[in-house]
Design a protein around this ligand. Sequence first.
Ligand code: SAM
Length: 346
Amino acid sequence: MAETVKETLKEIKAGRIGEAGLVRLLSLPTRDEFQPVFEESARVCRLHFGDRVFIRGIVEFSNYCRKGCFYCGINKANRGLGRYRLTLEEILGAAVYMKKQGALTVVLQSGEDLGYDGLVLEAVRRIKGELNMAVTLSVGERDRNGYREFLRAGADRYLLRIETTDPDLFKKLHPDDDLEYRMQCLHDLKKLGFEVGTGIMVGLPGQSFESIARDLLFFRELNPAMVGIGPFLPHQDTPLRGHKNSDIFLTLKTLALIRLVLPKSNLPATTAMGTIDPTGRQQALRVGANVIMPNFTPSKYRESYKLYDDKICVSEEYGKCASCTRGIAQAAGKRIVRSKGYSKSK
Ligand code: SAM
């Protein structure tokens, strides 16, 4: 088996890995067997980023959503959920605070809340103009003109996960979405000049190794600046309630392979990884992740932005995330840097 792993790693290095090779690695059942891949992904990450970890402070500014994605706790059908929108002042206050803590990138994230785009544009202009920070938007699907307006306001990056490239699975999980349109959005964002981030959930009910392997090949072709992945975790008020959590090992295997397929991409150690395993983010940083996204949403709103059950940092005191983030990086033998962390893959 060790020989097969070595041969498959050579295929990745030569840029000629296909679905079968990726499935071979993804299906390795033990950490011992996968260890050579983790060592290689850690090496490649150090080669391009050294021991540096970028931070992107996230502000979950609205939980209104027009979509009914079956996995998501803020989907429109969850009528028991109190809906909120931050004011412009609250968003700017969070940005000022995170800058003081050393985060120079703001990620503005929300449900698909089209009615609030005017405020988002104003927030982007003010953050760029007054605070000179990088801005990432993660607000879902828009048409090309909508994206262009965000760009003109000054947004630098856009995060839109493809979630899965498996057409049947995508259809089952997204009653309001179309896989081809979402792919088109990603291509449009790239053409317009955004640093584009995408990603998937790992361990979705019905997702196979083959399907994850095809997601990785899609990433290789799109060549995004960032790939954010996380384990699927069920939420009690969604149609996927009762399904089992994904597992951290499969998520880490997927992350390591993304690092090898896209050596220079920014790969976050995500909150969902820290939720499924208390040391999930540290483990991710050890095997190829180079970004952490601490939460700067004002505390009183966090309970209402639970995408899945038991999400971490929800009851945490405001401001704690910055020091916690430093500890996570240190535990992985890395250090947080004060940088906007622009992409190296451009
Ligand atoms: N509305 C924007 C969009 O669709 O891109 C951004 C917000 S959306 C809630 C952010 C991400 O949360 C999604 O891309 C999805 O991958 C993740 N997410 C939602 N529900 C989840 C769950 N149950 N388990 C893990 N991740 C989840």
